[in-house]
Design a protein around this ligand. Structure first.
Ligand code: ZN
Ligand code: ZN
Length: 424
């Protein structure tokens, strides 16, 4: 066993660090640590090294078992693992389990030391549906959200006095270990969240509990956020409100994020900064000219007309500069407005032979090559029927895939469809 030589090298240093005599009571040690730790906290400009020393001294001397080992054998005994030795707790953990996070608000708040140690709260993401008009013109939306905030009355401490002690149930660790015998000589250890403090590690006495939050440290709040949807913002663009998500003790408050979702528009389609609009022309308009009025997203009336003598062909596009969407953050620059033309032809059978003759007289002549009766006699007759070409293509594609599945069937690939396999 350890301690043969009963080294008594150094068993007073930790008392000196805390500035207490060797025979001081646990209470004296507590008080000494409290005073020194607050004074030397790095967030308050204290020396981090000193703060670390204090935490270590307190960790050892506040634990009766460790203190005993230290008194008898000195620091080295702890380092060599007797009685669990150094726990590896950071000085901040020790400080916090002592003060129960009561200084979470008062200290730091993004300070370099504590900033890294706080938990990161979760972001809250909302979808915000906006119309194309709203994205074109810009808008402000007021949204009422409910969230938790640190109790204002107790500043998130949960107690009237601001003080909180270590939970007796778990010694401030928030976890408890229970052992039970599962068989003779076999003991099972189980760790679970302390039921007394619900894992917070602190104890707030009944009388000291904050009446506002009942010791929960947080209270619900309703808040109205003004979301500024700026001109030209895009579908999927995020609008971030920093630190407006739920607040919690020792937690960096997450952000509230609105993700814009552009609603479909009955008339306009948008592709980045450009707008597309469909317009149907009658055959007469396509051949002889047209004009129409288009109400834009800001309510302006645009007069759109063909040039004299211009013929519009089916599926043709034309563009109007600077009538697309405004650019985000540069709204004076706008994209293009594309007009896609459909030409509505007369239905089959709607043109009488007379009308056809009249049209033929007006329209450019037929191609001159007219085959003679002799030549036609040599030809074979054919019949044309209507097809839905898209459906036709889909069917052919399916056929091709099925054929492929057949061809690779030899490989016995499990996820290939085995069409026509009748072995089951
Ligand atoms: Zn409170
Ligand atoms: Zn507890």
């Amino acid at each position: 066993m350890f301690g043969r030589s009963a080294r008594r090298s150094d068993n007073s240093k930790l008392y000196e660090v805390l500035g207490v005599p060797k025979n001081s009571s646990p209470d004296d040690i507590k008080k000494a640590y409290r005073k020194a730790a607050i004074k030397n906290h790095p967030d308050k400009g204290g020396d981090p090294e000193k703060f670390k020393e204090l935490a270590h001294a307190y960790e050892v001397l506040s634990d009766p078992e460790k203190r005993e080992i230290y008194n008898q054998y000195g620091e080295d005994a702890l380092k060599e693992g007797m009685g669990g030795g150094s726990s590896g707790h950071s000085p901040f953990d020790i400080f916090e389990s002592f003060f129960g996070g009561a200084f979470g608000g008062a200290f730091g708040g993004g300070g370099s030391f504590r900033g890294n140690r706080k938990k990161q709260g979760e972001d809250v993401v909302h979808t915000l549906r906006v119309s194309l008009e709203e994205l074109y013109n810009g808008t402000t939306k007021k949204l009422s959200l409910s969230r938790n905030i640190l109790c204002i009355k107790c500043k998130g401490k949960g107690s009237k006095s601001g003080a909180s002690g270590r939970c007796y149930g778990c010694q401030g660790t928030g976890m408890r270990v229970t052992t039970r015998q599962i068989a003779p000589g076999m003991i099972q250890q189980m760790q679970h969240v302390c039921s007394e403090c619900r894992g917070s590690g602190e104890h707030i006495s009944e009388q000291d509990r904050c009446p506002q939050c009942k010791g929960n440290k947080i209270t619900p709040e309703k808040k109205v956020l003004e979301v500024n949807v700026e001109k030209g913002m895009l579908h999927g663009q995020k609008i971030v409100f920093n630190a407006e998500a739920d607040e919690a003790p020792d937690t960096i408050t997450g952000n509230v994020i609105f993700v814009l979702q552009q609603k479909n528009h009955s008339k306009f389609r948008r592709k980045s900064d450009d707008l597309y609009v469909e317009h149907n022309l009658s055959l007469a308009e396509a051949l002889c000219g047209f004009q129409f009025v288009l109400t834009h997203l800001d309510g302006r009336q645009l007069l759109i007309k063909s040039h004299p003598g211009e013929v519009i062909k089916p599926d043709q596009y034309k563009a109007i500069n600077d009538e697309g969407m405004p650019q985000y953050e540069r709204p004076f620059i706008k994209g293009r407005l594309y007009v896609h033309f459909n030409v509505e032809f007369p239905e089959s059978g709607s043109l009488s032979p007379e009308k056809c003759r009249a049209l033929e007289a007006i329209l450019p002549p037929r191609p001159g090559k007219c085959s003679s009766d002799m030549e036609l006699d040599k030809c074979e007759e054919t019949t044309m029927h209507d097809v839905n070409i898209e459906e036709e293509m889909r069917r052919k594609e399916q056929q091709r895939r099925r054929q492929e599945a057949y061809d690779t069937d030899d490989n016995d690939e499990p996820n290939m469809p085995r069409v026509g396999c009748n072995q089951q």
